[in-house]
Design a protein around this ligand. Structure first.
Ligand code: PLP
Length: 358
Protein backbone atom coordinates (compact mmCIF):
# COMPACT_ATOMS: atom_id res chain seq x y z
CA UNK A 1 0.00 0.00 0.00
CA UNK A 2 1.39 3.40 -0.88
CA UNK A 3 1.14 6.00 1.86
CA UNK A 4 2.40 9.50 2.57
CA UNK A 5 4.33 9.45 5.82
CA UNK A 6 4.16 12.71 7.77
CA UNK A 7 4.94 11.13 11.13
CA UNK A 8 6.58 13.39 13.72
CA UNK A 9 9.01 10.77 14.99
CA UNK A 10 9.98 8.05 14.51
CA UNK A 11 9.60 9.39 11.02
CA UNK A 12 10.06 8.65 7.34
CA UNK A 13 13.32 7.08 6.20
CA UNK A 14 14.62 7.35 2.64
CA UNK A 15 13.45 4.38 0.57
CA UNK A 16 16.95 3.68 -0.87
CA UNK A 17 18.23 3.42 2.71
CA UNK A 18 15.60 0.83 3.62
CA UNK A 19 16.36 -1.10 0.44
CA UNK A 20 20.09 -1.11 1.10
CA UNK A 21 19.51 -2.25 4.69
CA UNK A 22 17.29 -5.05 3.44
CA UNK A 23 19.87 -6.12 0.90
CA UNK A 24 22.57 -6.28 3.57
CA UNK A 25 20.40 -7.58 6.41
CA UNK A 26 21.17 -11.30 6.46
CA UNK A 27 24.68 -11.34 5.10
CA UNK A 28 26.48 -8.15 5.95
CA UNK A 29 28.99 -7.36 3.23
CA UNK A 30 30.10 -10.94 2.73
CA UNK A 31 30.57 -11.79 6.42
CA UNK A 32 27.91 -14.51 6.35
CA UNK A 33 25.95 -13.02 9.24
CA UNK A 34 23.92 -9.95 10.05
CA UNK A 35 25.58 -6.82 11.43
CA UNK A 36 23.16 -7.18 14.33
CA UNK A 37 24.77 -10.51 15.23
CA UNK A 38 28.34 -9.23 15.29
CA UNK A 39 30.57 -8.06 18.08
CA UNK A 40 30.70 -4.32 18.53
CA UNK A 41 34.46 -4.86 18.92
CA UNK A 42 34.78 -6.51 15.50
CA UNK A 43 36.71 -4.87 12.70
CA UNK A 44 33.59 -4.88 10.55
CA UNK A 45 31.52 -2.96 13.07
CA UNK A 46 34.40 -0.67 13.88
CA UNK A 47 34.49 0.43 10.26
CA UNK A 48 30.76 1.14 10.22
CA UNK A 49 31.05 3.11 13.47
CA UNK A 50 33.96 5.28 12.41
CA UNK A 51 32.53 5.77 8.95
CA UNK A 52 29.32 7.13 10.50
CA UNK A 53 31.34 9.55 12.66
CA UNK A 54 33.37 10.71 9.65
CA UNK A 55 30.28 11.14 7.50
CA UNK A 56 28.49 13.20 10.13
CA UNK A 57 31.54 15.44 10.52
CA UNK A 58 31.71 15.85 6.77
CA UNK A 59 28.03 16.47 6.04
CA UNK A 60 27.50 18.81 9.01
CA UNK A 61 30.91 20.48 8.57
CA UNK A 62 31.77 19.83 12.19
CA UNK A 63 35.01 21.67 13.06
CA UNK A 64 38.11 19.88 14.42
CA UNK A 65 37.47 21.37 17.86
CA UNK A 66 34.36 19.20 18.14
CA UNK A 67 33.83 15.47 18.67
CA UNK A 68 30.94 13.25 17.69
CA UNK A 69 29.46 10.83 20.21
CA UNK A 70 26.84 8.12 19.75
CA UNK A 71 24.84 7.66 22.92
CA UNK A 72 21.56 6.05 23.93
CA UNK A 73 18.54 7.07 26.00
CA UNK A 74 17.24 9.58 23.43
CA UNK A 75 17.25 13.34 23.73
CA UNK A 76 15.49 12.79 27.07
CA UNK A 77 18.61 11.34 28.65
CA UNK A 78 20.55 14.36 27.38
CA UNK A 79 18.16 16.57 29.36
CA UNK A 80 19.59 14.93 32.50
CA UNK A 81 23.19 14.33 31.40
CA UNK A 82 23.80 17.96 30.47
CA UNK A 83 23.20 19.42 33.95
CA UNK A 84 24.89 16.42 35.59
CA UNK A 85 28.06 17.12 33.62
CA UNK A 86 28.04 20.88 33.22
CA UNK A 87 26.07 22.47 36.06
CA UNK A 88 28.29 22.87 39.14
CA UNK A 89 26.73 23.88 42.49
CA UNK A 90 28.10 27.44 42.40
CA UNK A 91 26.47 28.25 39.06
CA UNK A 92 23.05 28.25 37.47
CA UNK A 93 21.87 27.20 34.02
CA UNK A 94 19.68 29.21 31.64
CA UNK A 95 16.98 27.60 29.52
CA UNK A 96 15.07 29.32 26.75
CA UNK A 97 11.55 27.93 26.84
CA UNK A 98 10.01 27.51 23.41
CA UNK A 99 7.83 24.46 23.91
CA UNK A 100 7.23 21.23 25.77
CA UNK A 101 10.68 19.77 25.12
CA UNK A 102 12.48 22.81 26.52
CA UNK A 103 10.23 22.68 29.56
CA UNK A 104 11.20 19.06 30.09
CA UNK A 105 14.88 19.89 29.70
CA UNK A 106 14.58 22.65 32.33
CA UNK A 107 12.72 20.33 34.72
CA UNK A 108 15.52 17.77 34.58
CA UNK A 109 18.12 20.46 35.23
CA UNK A 110 16.12 21.67 38.24
CA UNK A 111 16.44 18.19 39.68
CA UNK A 112 20.22 18.49 39.51
CA UNK A 113 20.98 22.10 40.41
CA UNK A 114 19.91 25.70 39.95
CA UNK A 115 18.28 26.22 36.57
CA UNK A 116 16.10 29.08 35.41
CA UNK A 117 14.15 30.34 32.42
CA UNK A 118 16.25 32.71 30.32
CA UNK A 119 13.29 33.71 28.17
CA UNK A 120 9.97 32.11 27.35
CA UNK A 121 7.36 32.01 24.64
CA UNK A 122 4.82 30.40 26.94
CA UNK A 123 2.62 33.52 27.25
CA UNK A 124 2.02 33.36 23.53
CA UNK A 125 1.25 29.63 23.74
CA UNK A 126 4.58 29.01 22.05
CA UNK A 127 3.51 30.45 18.70
CA UNK A 128 6.80 32.32 18.57
CA UNK A 129 10.44 32.20 19.64
CA UNK A 130 11.60 34.98 22.00
CA UNK A 131 13.72 37.61 20.24
CA UNK A 132 17.37 38.05 21.29
CA UNK A 133 16.45 41.24 23.24
CA UNK A 134 13.93 39.32 25.31
CA UNK A 135 16.52 36.89 26.64
CA UNK A 136 17.79 37.35 30.18
CA UNK A 137 21.33 36.10 30.22
CA UNK A 138 23.23 36.03 33.52
CA UNK A 139 26.97 35.99 33.89
CA UNK A 140 26.89 32.99 36.17
CA UNK A 141 25.09 30.78 33.67
CA UNK A 142 27.14 27.64 33.25
CA UNK A 143 25.48 27.34 29.84
CA UNK A 144 22.48 28.50 27.83
CA UNK A 145 20.17 25.79 26.53
CA UNK A 146 17.74 26.12 23.64
CA UNK A 147 15.62 23.90 21.40
CA UNK A 148 16.39 24.68 17.76
CA UNK A 149 13.09 23.35 16.42
CA UNK A 150 9.92 22.86 18.39
CA UNK A 151 8.44 19.66 17.08
CA UNK A 152 5.07 20.06 18.77
CA UNK A 153 4.35 23.76 18.16
CA UNK A 154 6.05 23.99 14.78
CA UNK A 155 8.41 26.87 15.48
CA UNK A 156 12.11 27.08 14.65
CA UNK A 157 14.91 29.47 15.60
CA UNK A 158 15.82 31.59 12.60
CA UNK A 159 18.84 33.20 14.22
CA UNK A 160 20.61 31.91 17.28
CA UNK A 161 21.50 34.29 20.12
CA UNK A 162 24.98 35.79 20.09
CA UNK A 163 26.51 35.03 23.45
CA UNK A 164 29.84 34.17 25.00
CA UNK A 165 28.09 31.64 27.24
CA UNK A 166 28.49 28.00 26.24
CA UNK A 167 25.51 27.37 23.97
CA UNK A 168 23.76 23.99 24.09
CA UNK A 169 21.02 22.98 21.67
CA UNK A 170 18.50 20.20 21.40
CA UNK A 171 18.40 19.74 17.62
CA UNK A 172 16.39 16.52 17.66
CA UNK A 173 13.90 17.60 15.05
CA UNK A 174 15.95 19.73 12.68
CA UNK A 175 19.51 18.44 12.77
CA UNK A 176 20.87 18.04 9.23
CA UNK A 177 17.96 20.01 7.77
CA UNK A 178 19.80 23.32 7.28
CA UNK A 179 23.25 24.80 7.43
CA UNK A 180 24.42 25.24 11.02
CA UNK A 181 27.58 26.82 12.32
CA UNK A 182 28.50 24.02 14.72
CA UNK A 183 31.42 26.04 16.12
CA UNK A 184 28.87 28.30 17.85
CA UNK A 185 27.69 25.42 20.02
CA UNK A 186 29.52 23.98 22.99
CA UNK A 187 27.29 20.96 22.57
CA UNK A 188 24.39 19.95 20.38
CA UNK A 189 22.40 16.76 20.46
CA UNK A 190 19.62 14.93 18.66
CA UNK A 191 17.73 11.70 18.97
CA UNK A 192 18.12 10.10 15.54
CA UNK A 193 14.51 9.18 14.87
CA UNK A 194 13.44 12.37 13.12
CA UNK A 195 16.10 13.32 10.60
CA UNK A 196 18.96 10.89 11.06
CA UNK A 197 17.68 7.35 11.12
CA UNK A 198 15.78 4.96 13.36
CA UNK A 199 15.45 5.46 17.11
CA UNK A 200 18.10 3.98 19.39
CA UNK A 201 21.04 6.27 18.80
CA UNK A 202 21.44 9.82 20.07
CA UNK A 203 23.98 11.96 18.27
CA UNK A 204 26.07 14.48 20.20
CA UNK A 205 28.54 16.95 18.69
CA UNK A 206 30.48 18.83 21.32
CA UNK A 207 33.56 20.91 21.85
CA UNK A 208 36.26 18.58 23.19
CA UNK A 209 37.41 21.15 25.78
CA UNK A 210 33.85 21.69 26.96
CA UNK A 211 33.41 17.94 27.48
CA UNK A 212 36.68 17.82 29.39
CA UNK A 213 35.50 20.67 31.63
CA UNK A 214 32.62 18.51 32.88
CA UNK A 215 32.27 17.17 36.41
CA UNK A 216 34.00 13.90 37.19
CA UNK A 217 32.08 12.97 40.34
CA UNK A 218 29.19 11.38 38.49
CA UNK A 219 28.47 7.81 37.37
CA UNK A 220 30.78 6.81 34.52
CA UNK A 221 28.01 5.84 32.15
CA UNK A 222 26.50 9.35 32.41
CA UNK A 223 29.78 11.17 31.84
CA UNK A 224 30.51 12.56 28.38
CA UNK A 225 34.18 12.12 29.14
CA UNK A 226 33.74 8.36 29.42
CA UNK A 227 32.16 8.18 25.99
CA UNK A 228 34.70 10.55 24.49
CA UNK A 229 37.62 8.49 25.79
CA UNK A 230 36.15 5.25 24.46
CA UNK A 231 35.01 6.60 21.09
CA UNK A 232 31.41 5.81 22.09
CA UNK A 233 32.32 2.15 22.64
CA UNK A 234 32.34 2.18 26.45
CA UNK A 235 29.44 -0.24 26.43
CA UNK A 236 27.62 -1.92 23.55
CA UNK A 237 26.42 0.82 21.21
CA UNK A 238 23.15 0.52 19.25
CA UNK A 239 25.03 -1.05 16.35
CA UNK A 240 22.17 -1.36 13.90
CA UNK A 241 20.99 2.22 14.49
CA UNK A 242 24.51 3.53 13.92
CA UNK A 243 24.66 1.54 10.68
CA UNK A 244 21.32 2.98 9.57
CA UNK A 245 22.60 6.45 10.44
CA UNK A 246 25.58 5.88 8.17
CA UNK A 247 23.24 4.93 5.31
CA UNK A 248 21.11 8.03 5.89
CA UNK A 249 24.26 10.16 5.82
CA UNK A 250 25.39 8.57 2.54
CA UNK A 251 21.95 9.33 1.14
CA UNK A 252 22.19 12.91 2.44
CA UNK A 253 25.38 13.42 0.47
CA UNK A 254 23.58 12.25 -2.67
CA UNK A 255 20.89 14.87 -2.02
CA UNK A 256 23.46 17.62 -2.42
CA UNK A 257 24.56 17.57 1.20
CA UNK A 258 23.23 20.03 3.71
CA UNK A 259 22.68 22.78 1.11
CA UNK A 260 20.65 20.47 -1.08
CA UNK A 261 18.59 19.27 1.83
CA UNK A 262 18.01 22.80 3.10
CA UNK A 263 16.83 23.94 -0.31
CA UNK A 264 14.46 20.99 -0.69
CA UNK A 265 13.10 21.45 2.81
CA UNK A 266 12.36 25.11 2.15
CA UNK A 267 10.56 24.18 -1.07
CA UNK A 268 8.53 21.45 0.60
CA UNK A 269 7.43 23.49 3.61
CA UNK A 270 6.98 26.55 1.38
CA UNK A 271 4.38 24.74 -0.71
CA UNK A 272 2.28 23.92 2.34
CA UNK A 273 2.65 27.32 4.05
CA UNK A 274 1.81 29.08 0.80
CA UNK A 275 -1.35 27.07 0.47
CA UNK A 276 -2.30 27.78 4.09
CA UNK A 277 -1.70 31.51 3.67
CA UNK A 278 -3.70 31.61 0.45
CA UNK A 279 -6.68 29.98 2.19
CA UNK A 280 -6.63 31.81 5.50
CA UNK A 281 -10.43 31.87 5.52
CA UNK A 282 -10.40 28.10 6.01
CA UNK A 283 -7.01 26.97 7.30
CA UNK A 284 -5.03 28.68 10.08
CA UNK A 285 -1.28 28.15 10.49
CA UNK A 286 -0.33 27.87 14.16
CA UNK A 287 3.15 29.44 14.37
CA UNK A 288 3.87 33.10 13.73
CA UNK A 289 5.22 33.72 10.27
CA UNK A 290 8.79 34.65 11.19
CA UNK A 291 9.16 31.64 13.51
CA UNK A 292 7.78 28.93 11.27
CA UNK A 293 9.43 25.56 11.17
CA UNK A 294 10.36 23.95 7.88
CA UNK A 295 10.18 20.58 9.61
CA UNK A 296 6.85 20.57 11.44
CA UNK A 297 4.03 22.51 9.83
CA UNK A 298 1.23 23.06 12.34
CA UNK A 299 -2.23 24.32 11.52
CA UNK A 300 -5.89 24.05 12.41
CA UNK A 301 -9.16 24.35 10.58
CA UNK A 302 -12.02 26.68 11.47
CA UNK A 303 -13.39 24.47 14.24
CA UNK A 304 -12.68 21.17 15.95
CA UNK A 305 -15.42 19.32 14.09
CA UNK A 306 -13.93 20.29 10.73
CA UNK A 307 -10.41 19.44 11.90
CA UNK A 308 -11.63 16.00 12.89
CA UNK A 309 -13.26 15.45 9.53
CA UNK A 310 -10.13 16.65 7.72
CA UNK A 311 -7.93 14.22 9.64
CA UNK A 312 -10.38 11.36 9.06
CA UNK A 313 -10.53 11.97 5.30
CA UNK A 314 -6.76 12.42 5.10
CA UNK A 315 -6.19 9.12 6.81
CA UNK A 316 -8.54 7.38 4.36
CA UNK A 317 -6.45 8.79 1.50
CA UNK A 318 -3.22 7.35 2.92
CA UNK A 319 -1.84 10.40 4.73
CA UNK A 320 -0.20 9.18 7.92
CA UNK A 321 0.71 11.16 11.01
CA UNK A 322 -1.16 14.41 10.33
CA UNK A 323 -2.69 14.60 13.81
CA UNK A 324 -1.25 17.36 15.95
CA UNK A 325 0.50 16.34 19.17
CA UNK A 326 -2.01 15.20 21.79
CA UNK A 327 -1.08 18.24 23.94
CA UNK A 328 -2.21 20.87 21.40
CA UNK A 329 -4.42 19.03 18.91
CA UNK A 330 -4.98 20.41 15.41
CA UNK A 331 -2.91 19.18 12.49
CA UNK A 332 0.80 18.79 11.96
CA UNK A 333 2.66 17.76 8.83
CA UNK A 334 6.23 16.74 9.60
CA UNK A 335 8.22 17.17 6.41
CA UNK A 336 11.63 15.91 7.51
CA UNK A 337 14.53 15.35 5.10
CA UNK A 338 13.29 11.95 3.95
CA UNK A 339 9.76 13.13 3.12
CA UNK A 340 9.66 13.53 -0.67
CA UNK A 341 8.43 16.72 -2.29
CA UNK A 342 5.77 14.63 -4.06
CA UNK A 343 4.23 13.82 -0.66
CA UNK A 344 3.95 17.54 0.12
CA UNK A 345 2.42 18.19 -3.29
CA UNK A 346 -0.09 15.41 -2.68
CA UNK A 347 -0.94 16.92 0.69
CA UNK A 348 -1.56 20.35 -0.83
CA UNK A 349 -3.75 18.72 -3.47
CA UNK A 350 -5.71 16.93 -0.76
CA UNK A 351 -6.09 20.14 1.24
CA UNK A 352 -7.43 21.85 -1.84
CA UNK A 353 -9.89 19.06 -2.59
CA UNK A 354 -11.14 19.20 0.98
CA UNK A 355 -11.46 22.98 0.79
CA UNK A 356 -13.38 22.85 -2.48
CA UNK A 357 -15.77 20.21 -1.19
CA UNK A 358 -16.71 22.56 1.58
C1 PLP B 1 11.40 14.02 19.84
C2 PLP B 1 12.08 15.07 20.63
C3 PLP B 1 12.63 14.82 21.89
C4 PLP B 1 12.49 13.48 22.60
O1 PLP B 1 13.38 12.59 22.10
P1 PLP B 1 13.56 11.12 22.74
O2 PLP B 1 14.58 10.56 21.83
O3 PLP B 1 12.22 10.45 22.67
O4 PLP B 1 14.02 11.29 24.12
C5 PLP B 1 13.30 15.84 22.53
N1 PLP B 1 13.41 17.05 21.96
C6 PLP B 1 12.89 17.34 20.76
C7 PLP B 1 13.04 18.70 20.18
C8 PLP B 1 12.20 16.35 20.06
O5 PLP B 1 11.67 16.63 18.86
Amino acid sequence: MSVYNFNAGPAALPLPVLEKAQEELKDFRGNGLSLMEMSHRSKTYDEVHNHAIQLLKEVMEIPDTHEVLFLQGGASLQFAMIPMNFLPPEKQAGYVLTGSWSEKALKEAEAIGRAVSAGSGKDGVYKRIPSPEELQLEEDFAYLHLTSNNTIYGTQWQQYPETSLPLIADMSSDILSRKTDVSKFALLYAGAQKNLGPSGVTVVAADRKFIESGREDIPKILSYQTHLKSNSLYNTPPTFSVYMLSLVLEWSKEQGGIEGLERKNAEKAGLIYQYLDDHADFYAPYAEKDCRSNMNITFTLKDDELTKEFLQKASEKGFIGLNGHRSIGGCRASAYNAVPKAACEALVQFMDDFYKNR
